[in-house]
Design a protein around this ligand. Structure first.
Ligand SMILES: *Cc1c(COP(=O)(O)O)cnc(C)c1O
Length: 217
């Protein structure tokens, strides 16, 4: 696996307005450093403890994205340093992030995770729940979180039509939410297997792991 080569190939193939998150979960710091030395500064992890350990060991100019499911009782372990939380799937979680961010005098950027897949195993809220949150009084008083967009994961399938439909749903949800909160900027969708399609459907942020670092065990 030539991490630098993989990274450069992907970066050359995506438009300038699309942000690449290098998904480094389960990979050793030495692999992340290869990507870092090739210029990558945004890394995505799906376990808070693992991300906190890597944060301690690695250069301070890295932006750490939490892309996995977040347990409320663990938000405190990343509140000091996390750059963007992709998987906000409830108002309760948003409230906890706000509370922990406040302790560090920070404003933490968040994405609302929308359930676009048909699989029950995937997390996320409905588009209407997301609208309700953005319009609520309860949300307007949270001063230490900033919702900058949406995130979604398509169904694990070879059916490109179905994946496209799910990406289209996330894009249209984003467009609707943007009428409520005009400063929304980010649509996080697309992984190794489907990021070109995601970009065609309007993605502005892709989360790519195995195509950079190789397959995971
Ligand atoms: C693991 C993971 C990815 C990256 O998956 P690859 O197929 O290895 O690119 C993207 N998003 C989320 C939420 C993940 O958990």
């Amino acid at each position: 696996m030539n991490i630098k080569h993989n990274l450069n190939k992907i970066k050359q193939s995506i438009p300038k307005h699309v942000t690449l998150v290098a998904v480094s979960k389960t990979k050793p710091v030495s692999d992340l450093m290869e990507a870092y030395n090739a210029g990558q500064r945004i890394f995505g992890e799906n376990k808070i403890q693992e991300m906190a350990d890597k944060y301690q060991e690695m250069p301070t100019d890295i932006k750490w994205h939490m892309i996995g499911h977040v347990q409320r009782n663990k938000v405190k372990y990343m509140a000091e340093f996390v750059d963007l939380i992709h998987g906000v799937e409830s108002f309760k979680l948003l409230k906890e992030i706000d509370k922990q961010a406040k302790k560090h005098d920070r404003i933490i950027d968040c994405l609302l995770q929308i359930k676009i897949a048909e699989e029950d195993s995937k997390f996320g809220m409905s588009p209407s729940e997301a609208s309700t949150i953005l319009q609520s009084e309860d949300f307007s008083v949270l001063k230490n979180v900033n919702i900058i967009g949406v995130m979604g994961m398509a169904t694990f399938t070879d059916n490109q039509n179905q994946i496209k439909q799910e990406f289209d749903l996330l894009k249209s949800t984003f467009d609707t939410l943007k009428t409520i909160k005009p400063d929304l900027s980010t649509i996080s969708m697309g992984m190794s297997g489907d990021y070109p399609l995601a970009i065609d459907c309007g993605s502005t942020m892709i989360r790519v792991g195995s195509s950079i670092f190789g397959t995971r065990n």
